[in-house]
Design a protein. Structure first.
Length: 155
């Protein structure tokens, strides 16, 4: 025969919860309110978290957090990272970061979303002719000066 453990009834669970709350055993999520905060307060709290990471020697996390972010809606932070490696780093510290922000700003509705964005890379100009073409695009008068004075850009 199989023995089963008796499950406590709903009244016993409610009684235990009331007892815990009266003794001060309240979870941190229950303490956090829904206070409004300014963008400046969020920025200061974000930077404080980065400083804590830096003190702990977590340079990879610091690098991932030092990316541009914006506040979308009231409580959603959108962090834009340049590659998928930093996206993984953010995913590893997401819970810790969100809990820190929620506690410091006293707002349990704060969320963090992250996305990888393509970083524009500028073409490097190596040869003299590439440099001239770039400048001629910016300043069309250079072409006429080159022709008028019969200049050679590849010297």
């Amino acid at each position: 025969m199989k023995k089963t453990l008796p499950l406590p009834g709903i009244d016993a669970i409610k009684q235990q919860m009331a007892h815990n709350q009266s003794n001060g055993d309240v979870r941190p999520e229950e303490i956090i309110g829904e206070e409004k905060y300014s963008l400046e307060q969020l920025r200061e709290t974000w930077n404080a978290f980065i400083e804590e990471m830096r003190k702990q020697g977590r340079d990879r996390d610091v690098n991932a957090l030092n990316q541009p972010w914006e506040l979308v809606g009231d409580d959603t932070i959108l962090l834009k990272v340049p590659n998928s490696f930093q996206l993984v780093a953010i995913d590893n510290i997401r819970q810790e970061l969100v809990l820190f922000l929620r506690k410091k700003l006293n707002n349990r509705n704060i969320l963090l979303k992250s996305e990888a964005v393509k970083v524009e890379s500028h073409k490097r100009l190596y040869t003299n002719s590439e440099k001239f073409e770039y400048l001629a695009e910016k300043y069309p008068a250079l072409r006429s000066l080159k022709q008028r004075f019969d200049l050679d850009v590849d010297f």
